[in-house]
Design a protein around this ligand. Sequence first.
Ligand code: HEC
Ligand code: HEC
Ligand code: HEC
Ligand code: HEC
Ligand code: HEC
Length: 196
Amino acid sequence: MNRRPLALIPARAFAVLAGLSMLAGLSLLAGCEFSDYTIPTYQKGYKPTQPISYSHKLHAGELKMECKYCHFGSEKGRKAGIPPLNVCMNCHKVIKTDSPQIQKLADAYKAGRSIPWIKVHNLPDFVSFDHSRHVNKGVACQTCHGPIEEMQEVRQYAPLTMGWCVNCHRQYNASPPPGLEKQHIHASIDCTGCHQ
Ligand code: HEC
Ligand code: HEC
Ligand code: HEC
Ligand code: HEC
Ligand code: HEC
């Protein structure tokens, strides 16, 4: 008679444990949607002062230069990349050579040095992000970086939180923009997609 309840205990304990871990999993996922907390090293609005007062407003805005002319890595792999000095010198060998800023560029170029630009966007190392995956599916730079062509100095526009990434992936999976078929989108929300 008292053997049955005893035999049920492990099964029940297992069910509770499974239930709990499912709940934990669910609340973790729910957390994704709302988490918008910031961590000091990668804050929305972060705008460091750069060693040369290079302006996107001038080059990408007024002069209408293509983002990919300078950030040519963005279609090929993880990094969009900061252009090497020879890209700048294509023009600045002759343009505005009397400017002290341009003379700094030219001096560094001649000495084979690079400019110590300060990185604006800083994802933690345990997150893997790949520009080409996004850019080649037609996600515009501005969707994630804001109106760069209006910025004198680049600032971090998006929060770069996990919730921000996951929400967009969910949106694309649920209702892809016109021209993209659901079955051709791989915007994973699996933990291992972004944490490898
Ligand atoms: C003439 C070359 C050039 C063009 C064109 C250009 N950029 Fe840049 N970009 C740079 C340089 C140099 C830096 C590093 C200095 C700085 O942050 O301002 C930079 C920095 C950035 C950063 C910050 C990277 C980081 O985290 O440190 C972003 C984002 C960016 N560019 C996006 C864009 C977008 C979007 C466009 C087109 C609208 C664009 N850029 C056009 C040269 C260029
Ligand atoms: C889906 C969002 C997204 C899109 C679209 C996107 N970026 Fe980024 N970008 C990021 C994130 C996130 C980082 C920070 C990556 C890191 O710290 O590893 C970043 C970093 C950068 C950097 C500095 C570091 C690097 O990767 O070299 C530059 C420059 C940059 N982006 C330019 C661009 C340009 C230009 C485009 C469009 C051609 C673009 N990005 C499109 C999200 C995006
Ligand atoms: C397609 C040509 C072109 C390229 C490439 C280019 N620039 Fe320029 N840049 C210009 C022009 C045009 C001006 C405005 C000159 C003027 O005010 O008469 C300018 C102005 C500047 C100024 C302001 C100088 C001052 O004192 O007023 C800086 C700084 C500068 N560029 C830095 C850079 C850097 C850094 C790069 C490479 C990442 C770069 N430029 C690439 C064309 C270019
Ligand atoms: C504006 C929307 C948007 C944002 C924001 C965004 N992504 Fe994506 N992401 C996409 C789309 C669309 C794809 C699908 C690309 C494809 O189908 O090749 C994708 C694909 C990926 C993939 C490949 C997944 C797979 O299944 O192979 C990774 C990894 C990824 N994104 C990481 C990130 C990270 C990390 C962030 C935040 C720092 C982020 N994404 C922010 C739209 C976005
Ligand atoms: C689309 C990309 C993406 C997916 C999918 C994703 N993460 Fe993240 N995760 C991030 C980014 C970006 C950060 C860093 C920013 C932050 O902490 O919000 C992060 C941060 C974290 C952190 C550290 C939080 C902290 O406080 O520092 C943990 C833990 C984590 N993720 C666990 C998970 C788990 C578990 C899953 C699966 C349920 C998951 N992530 C799925 C992008 C992703």
